[in-house]
Design a protein around this ligand. Structure first.
Ligand SMILES: *[C@@H]1O[C@H](CO)[C@@H](O)[C@H](O)[C@H]1NC(C)=O
Ligand SMILES: *[C@@H]1O[C@H](CO)[C@@H](O)[C@H](O)[C@H]1NC(C)=O
Length: 625
């Protein structure tokens, strides 16, 4: 392959840099880690470039087929006590492909939606469809009715494949699906419902012989491989178009994090999201390793599974680590082989506790969005950082942080209408320039949402950036810190309050298990005042004075949650992001909210139950906020 001269240039440059390593080490303590990371990135970049040029196109499916040929007997999947080798999964996917080809008359380019639980079926059905050259939409198995129909229709599929567990959900919308001429296939031996076709018999009877490559002759690196739905905190989910190029880039993350061919990877995240599907499963295929697949995350089973299956790499997201830290302490907690944890969204206090309890695990915190064109990985051991900025990364994936107006929820612009770069140490909105190398494909069937993520005239008239909607900060050592999602920061008394920081402090109160912090409007006030929905630890009541002490000791006055709402559980999205919008709308009126409410009373120096009297006094401005 002829390589992009730029890659060669950078390889040489990295080589020179390594020569002067010992000198630099003294002055740049992270230089070694930077170099190792840059070296791995360049290697992978060269591979991606090769895949772009090679004919016929080499997809993650081809990578799987090579692995199945190299080590057919190696276990690919462990699931609920059963194991499936690479060879078996390959054959099973041939059968699925043949059955679907015969029954649904699928051909290259036809989209197919999967509405399946986290189970091996998910994996080989996808592989089978990939063999037919069909893009696959990964429907979230928690969605129902209108949302299900919406998600299904944005991917333009005429076929949906479902599992018996989700049959009821599909029956609910079956009349609409039938009206639209959609074929529904159930992975079961029989089905008595008109309009749902069982498929398992046909799969069982189909030949397991390999399918011709010609069936997918036109698939290339820019073709759509998947539709993955982004779990917004507002509105209906959007179907991000995931090209084969993006699949490759995400599949390299395990390699970037140092996962090797001997590792065993534990997946307990849903396969319908990019974390589980791309970073987890596709990444495991890229490495040719064994996956321990679970239907869903279980904190109590977690370490037993890791011990039983010799798991060496775990994946986490959002609150996973907190759930693990909340399990009762056991003697054998450090007795496991987990050496790497890949994920995102862990809070620093939980991170430290996690390492204390469960031993020396390399946490690879990363920042990326399914549809985004920019990401970071924490490849050093800096607690709290999501990654590091380095020139190679920035050269290939140009990005910048720009000043952002929290109040108006839009970038600050100067007199020429251009955005202003945030100063070092200042929190700014992360935007990634849209280029050939870092494209933003957008959302299927939603031009309006796609356009909303595009930001023009950022640093120059006519330039085009992807708006991540995330606020980050770059420190003087080039570490990148995730601050908040836009909307997860609110403004009160002219100050920005990052909800995650407040939540960290609240959960230090001994009675509080989890906290979801947001801002609520108060009549006659600018901005929004802090409020938190919290859950309590088992057997605990809300300890007003302890919670008061925590927030007063650790938070500036403007950031303190003035209202606390006790909930039996916090509502989460599929990726454990907390839902805020409804809570924000519900506000703090005790007449409308059944949950217990508390009010921070600075005079009494404690939280007090929020009564109608207090509520009215706030509304009449007898109580000053
Ligand atoms: C885990 O490792 C141990 C020791 O290396 C081995 O005896 C055992 O069979 C392994 N278990 C699995 C499920 O591979
Ligand atoms: C980066 O990783 C190291 C160890 O692998 C960890 O100690 C540190 O906290 C991480 N930083 C962030 C922000 O996650």
């Amino acid at each position: 392959v002829d390589l992009d001269p730029m890659y060669i240039w950078f390889t040489v440059l990295a080589g020179l840099a390594i020569l002067s390593f010992s000198f630099l080490k003294t002055f740049f303590p992270y230089f070694g880690e930077d170099c190792a990371y840059i070296r791995r990135s360049i290697k992978l970049g060269v591979r991606l470039l090769k895949y772009k040029k090679i004919k016929p196109f080499y997809s993650i499916l081809d990578c799987f087929l090579d692995a199945a040929q190299r080590h057919p007997a190696k276990i690919f999947l462990h699931f609920e006590g059963r194991e499936y080798s690479y060879g078996e999964v390959d054959k099973q996917s041939n059968k699925v492909a043949r059955a679907l080809q015969a029954e649904a008359r699928l051909k290259e380019g036809d989209s197919v939606a999967l509405f399946l639980a986290n189970e091996p079926n998910f994996v080989w059905t996808w592989l089978g469809l990939a063999k037919l050259g069909c893009p696959v939409a990964l429907l979230n198995f928690n969605i129902r009715s209108k949302s299900l129909l919406h998600c299904f229709s944005c991917c333009g599929a005429k076929v949906i494949i479902i599992c018996p567990e989700l049959q009821d959900a599909v029956e609910e919308v079956l009349p609409t699906l039938r009206e639209q001429g959609i074929s529904v296939y159930l992975l079961s031996d029989s089905c008595s419902v008109k309009g749902i076709n069982s498929l398992s018999d046909q799969i069982a009877q189909a030949s397991d012989q390999p399918l011709s490559r010609d069936l997918r002759a036109n698939v290339n690196i820019r073709s759509t491989a998947l539709y993955i739905y982004t779990s917004g905190t507002t509105g209906l989910p959007k179907a991000a178009v995931v090209t084969h190029e993006r699949v490759w880039a995400a599949s390299f993350i395990q390699a970037l994090c140092g996962v090797t061919a001997d590792d065993v990877f534990y997946i307990n995240l849903p396969l319908y999201h990019s974390a589980g599907f791309l970073i987890g499963m596709s990444g495991a295929i890229e490495r040719g390793i064994t996956i321990i697949l679970r239907k869903k995350f279980s904190a109590s089973q977690f370490w037993d599974d890791c011990r039983k299956y010799n798991v060496t790499v775990m994946q986490y997201i959002g609150e996973t680590m907190r759930y693990l830290c909340n399990t009762p302490k056991k003697d054998n907690e450090k007795n496991h082989k987990v050496r790497i944890a890949i994920g995102n969204g862990v809070r620093t206090d939980v991170w430290s506790e996690f390492l204390d309890r469960f031993g020396d695990i390399k946490v690879r915190e990363l920042y990326a969005a399914t549809e985004g064109n920019i990401g970071f990985i924490n490849y050093t051991s800096k607690i709290g950082a999501v990654g590091r900025a380095n020139f190679v990364h920035r050269f290939f994936f140009p990005y910048t942080l720009i000043k952002f107006d929290i109040e108006k929820e839009e970038p600050v612009r100067n007199s020429q209408g251009l955005c202003i770069e945030a100063a070092r140490g200042e929190t700014g909105l992360l935007v990634g320039r849209i280029t050939q190398r870092s494209p933003f494909v957008g959302y299927a069937g939603n031009q309006q949402q796609t356009e909303k993520k595009r930001l023009r005239d950022v640093l120059k008239k006519g330039d085009l950036y992807f708006n991540t909607g995330d606020l980050l900060r770059l420190d003087h050592e080039n570490f990148v810190y995730f601050q908040d999602r836009v909307g997860d920061t609110f403004r009160w008394k002219g100050e920005n309050v990052a909800t995650s920081e407040v939540a960290d402090i609240l959960t230090m109160a001994h009675c509080i298990l989890e906290a979801n912090v947001y801002g609520v409007k108060v009549e006659g006030h600018e901005g929004r005042i802090g409020m938190a929905a919290v859950t309590l630890k088992e057997g605990e009541d809300f300890d007003c004075s302890d919670a008061f002490k925590q927030v007063v000791n650790y938070l500036p006055a403007y950031a303190r949650p003035r209202f606390i709402r006790i909930q039996p559980c916090l509502e989460m999205t599929g990726t454990f992001k907390m839902k805020k919008v409804k809570l924000v709308e519900e506000g703090f009126n005790p007449a409308h909210i059944k949950d217990l409410l508390y009010f921070l009373d600075p005079e009494k120096k404690t939280y007090v139950p929020l009564t109608d009297t207090i509520y009215r006094a706030i509304a009449n401005r007898e109580i000053k906020l």
